[in-house]
Design a binder for this molecule. Structure first.
Ligand SMILES: NC(=O)c1ccc[n+]([C@@H]2O[C@H](COP(=O)([O-])OP(=O)(O)OC[C@H]3O[C@@H](n4cnc5c(N)ncnc54)[C@H](O)[C@@H]3O)[C@@H](O)[C@H]2O)c1
Length: 364
């Protein structure tokens, strides 16, 4: 058994509340937590896509409780936190799409900013006058930093910012998480320890979102059409979804240890090895090594602004958490494409997902 699998034993039998559990990352996280023997509870709106990984993994029947609710509704969030009394909260619920945030800025800010306030407030009210402890990991994004469009990777103490409403809402998240931590959870004897996790563009099987390159590839290839590529020169820190999830779980273990408060209760970047910072075109070309097809340049000079250059400095996660990315760019793309391919050919999505989680842990 490797080091990571051992440290994750902490989750066995623990009550874990995942917000956004019906989404892409939330579904992978639930599957991983189930494999670790955790008692998994979810709170989210219905799956945002059709098909959805949540339904493919039949999670509504496999997790302990599945609450359909809105993070903008404080009383609903308070009610689930009171009912579950979680040992861990992983807060993923969000409106996560940049282009949609231009169409729906108010909804994006309400969900992403007030949603996080409501989760932290519900935890504060449920735990701050009691003896139970709760470890909270809030998921933001690499886009929370003020983007200078330079090649220098962002460090955790760089200024928050965000050009588009999505990125800005996540920058706001980081500021409000820091405010809640300093105002209410600011000392090692606090019952609640809170950290935030900033990860880059994740890819992996079972993502069906609109406007993301891998689902775009899979949809086009299934129709026998060329893959439409909007921002071929934009570079992104591509990583397999298991990489940041491993980081979130590692961060949860660190918070629950109730040691090194100053080190653990803060923000962490979980990005890939710098060599995995590749352009969208490189990603598509790599995908096409595993499945037959073509791509077509759909660059639009009038497209809404999206960050061009975005790299994360991951030395803090390495130094403080002993976390590091495990799959290189080629392995990441291969496992992503094979997930879709095997499922399309009739393999059980639960089996494929569990096997990839197992393979990932074996590398450690
Ligand atoms: N996928 C990526 O590349 C990526 C990169 C960086 C950060 N993130 C962050 O990771 C998290 C999960 O992203 P994802 O890719 O799984 O997104 P997703 O769209 O697949 O899932 C979003 C989840 O949030 C829920 N949700 C949305 N609005 C809600 C509301 N008002 N109330 C309750 N639940 C609501 C949805 O039902 C769903 O469960 C988000 O916070 C996102 O910002 C994602």
């Amino acid at each position: 058994m490797n080091k990571l699998s051992k440290s994750f034993r902490v989750y066995k039998g623990k009550r874990v509340l995942v917000t956004g559990h019906t989404g892409f990352k939330g579904s992978w996280l639930c599957e991983w937590l189930l494999a670790l023997g955790a008692e998994v509870h979810g709170f989210a709106l219905p799956p945002p896509t059709r098909p959805s990984l949540f339904n493919q993994l039949r999670l509504s029947r496999r997790i302990k409780s599945h609450t359909v609710g809105d993070v903008r509704d404080l009383s609903a969030v308070k009610s689930v936190v009171r009912k579950v009394k979680p040992d861990f909260v992983f807060h993923l619920a969000a409106q996560p799409l940049v282009r949609l945030s231009y169409e729906k800025p108010v909804e994006t800010f309400e969900t992403n900013v007030m949603g996080t306030v409501n989760v932290l407030e519900a935890v504060r009210q449920a735990f701050c006058n009691g003896k139970s402890k709760c470890s909270v990991v809030c998921i933001t994004t690499d886009k929370c930093y003020e983007n200078r469009e330079t090649s220098r990777p962002y460090r955790e103490d760089d200024p928050m910012g965000g050009y588009d409403p999505y990125s800005c809402s996540k920058g706001c998240d980081e500021l409000l998480i820091s405010s809640y931590r300093r105002s209410f959870f600011g000392s090692p004897d606090s019952p609640v320890w809170v950290a935030s996790a900033r990860a880059g563009n994740v890819i992996g099987g079972g993502d069906w979102a609109l406007d993301r390159i891998v689902p775009d590839c899979m949809r086009a290839l299934a129709k026998g059409a060329p893959i439409p590529v909007r921002n071929k020169v934009s570079t992104r820190p591509w990583q397999h979804v298991l990489e940041p999830l491993g980081g979130y779980l590692t961060l949860g273990v660190a918070l629950a240890s109730r040691t090194r408060f100053a080190d653990y209760a803060g923000g962490f970047n979980f990005g890939p090895d710098p060599r995995a910072n590749r352009s969208v075109k490189d990603l598509v070309v790599e995908v096409l090594k595993w499945v037959k097809g073509e791509w077509i340049d759909k660059s639009d000079p009038n497209a809404v602004h999206e960050a061009g250059l975005l790299n994360l400095d991951i030395r803090k996660a390495r130094r403080v958490l002993d976390w590091r990315p495990l799959w290189d760019f080629e392995t990441t793309v291969k496992n992503t494409v094979l997930w879709y391919d095997e499922v399309r050919k009739g393999a059980c999505p639960i089996d494929v997902t569990q096997r990839q989680i197992h393979d990932y842990l074996v590398v450690r």
